[in-house]
Design a protein around this ligand. Structure first.
Ligand code: FES
Length: 110
């Protein structure tokens, strides 16, 4: 298995404590969440009916879908509240030189 390829996404200071921001890299939509100065990246697509989390809420380590209220643990992508039952994807994240870097899948060559 190959090493993940990290992409610089945003400076650390751009995301406020207890909030999240949406980004897109390599055609993958994801959110970066900040809680207690830790950062987590999960896909920006609810597994229930494919809503975006943009207008949702972050409560501790849980992100809530704005459409029907399902919740997911941003540390793992695990579903933690109905009506969703399936997890969402989480992505490796690291901080280098004050920048948040995320490893999202690289599209396969056509
Ligand atoms: S689309 Fe997210 S809970 Fe229904």
């Amino acid at each position: 298995m190959s090493e993940p390829i990290f992409t610089v996404v945003t400076p650390v200071g751009q995301i406020e404590e207890k909030s999240f921001s949406a980004f897109e890299v390599n055609g993958t939509d994801f959110v970066i969440c900040r809680f207690r100065d830790e950062y987590f990246a999960v896909e920006n697509l609810c597994s229930h009916a494919l809503a975006r989390f943009n207008e949702g809420k972050l409560r501790g380590h849980r992100i809530m879908c704005p459409l029907h209220g399902a919740t997911f643990d941003v540390r793992t992508g695990a579903c933690t509240g109905a009506p969703a039952t399936r997890p969402i994807r989480s992505f490796p994240l690291r901080i280098r030189d004050g920048q948040i870097e995320v490893a999202v899948p690289v599209p396969a060559n056509p």
